[in-house]
Write a protein that binds this ligand. Sequence first.
Ligand code: PNS
Length: 166
Amino acid sequence: MATAIYPGSFDPVTLGHVDVIERAAAIFEHVTVLVSVNLTKPHFFTITEREGYLRRAVCGIPNVTVTSHSGLLADYLRRSSASIIVKGIRAISDFEYEFQMAQVNKVLCETARTVFIPADEKYTFLSSSVVRQVGLLGGNIDTFVPNCVASDISAALLRRAVLTEG
Ligand code: PNS
């Protein structure tokens, strides 16, 4: 089985992302988690921070690596000779946008094929934006993000909340 690329903003990584990574790692020989830019959203954490949190979150999964890319996913696919893109789907409402993206990527890179992996239903509500909002307002994010990075993400969010207030 081939290498699959799992691209996303991961701003920051959530337990829902890790669930999709684990599922993909059980299907594909290798999974590359690709921290990418999404021009439709302002990113809160830097690409280096996002990559660092992710790397710590998946260090126990042997066939998963983490890297980053600041250009088009299609260009990354061409350069790495990979063709499979993994996308996690939390609810049917995710599908319309992801289906459009799958088509765009196929137009930009003819060999690209997108595989949709449903996240566990217990993560349907969970998103990076929920983590940011709860954490910035001083709430507990321990059940939203991997244990090994929870206190660092929480501290980083609180630091920035204080800076913004000041
Ligand atoms: O976690 P997200 O924000 O839903 O992930 C979206 C992401 C980063 C996978 C998507 O925006 C992306 O592929 N970005 C790389 C640039 C690109 O190729 N965009 C698609 C062409 S419109």
